[in-house]
Design a protein around this ligand. Structure first.
Ligand SMILES: [Zn+2]
Length: 164
């Protein structure tokens, strides 16, 4: 949990007490993920799962369950960003076998995406309870800092390739 507190303190000292979600995305892309583009996309996930994150060959991907309300969406994005911030996700999740986004999307059977098996894929990190607790704690700490709940200007969407 010291790692959570340290990361939180670093973010607050860099961006202030309040900042837009875009600032946190910038932090993840530039300071954590070596300028890899980040895509946020929506999937028909199982009701048990709000989101997932993966380091693909050409970008990072945060997957969010379709149908969440704006608050749930934001807390889920914060949770997945927290996995990146806490270094839970390898830069290339499957090492040399890491798929591109295109390959990843075409390899997903949309009928199977509701199954736990899909989300337990080795490439997707986050199934140890300790890491889940850490990500959830950091997301909870960061949540009151975010300005403009649920609204991301189009220019930022374009800049950071945020979809949805
Ligand atoms: Zn998680």
């Amino acid at each position: 949990m010291d790692e959570v507190r340290e990361r939180y303190t670093n973010i607050i000292s860099a961006y202030g007490r309040y900042f837009p979600l875009a600032a946190l995305i910038t932090y993840v892309v530039y300071d954590i993920r070596q300028k890899k583009p980040l895509n946020i996309m929506y999937f028909p996930l199982s009701m048990k799962v709000q989101g997932f994150c993966i380091g693909l060959a050409d970008c990072d991907l945060i997957g969010i369950r379709i149908g969440l309300n704006e608050n749930q969406k934001q807390i889920t994005i914060l949770h997945e960003l927290s996995h990146f911030i806490l270094q839970h996700v390898k830069l290339y999740s499957d090492n040399y076998g890491t798929m591109t986004l295109c390959k990843f999307l075409s390899s997903i059977n949309l009928n199977d995406i509701n199954t736990e098996a899909f989300l337990r894929h080795d490439a997707i990190v986050g199934y140890s309870n300790a890491r889940e607790l850490e990500a959830e704690s950091l997301a909870t700490l960061l949540s009151p800092c975010i300005i403009n709940v649920g609204t991301i200007p189009n220019i930022i969407r374009d800049l950071y390739r945020i979809r949805g």
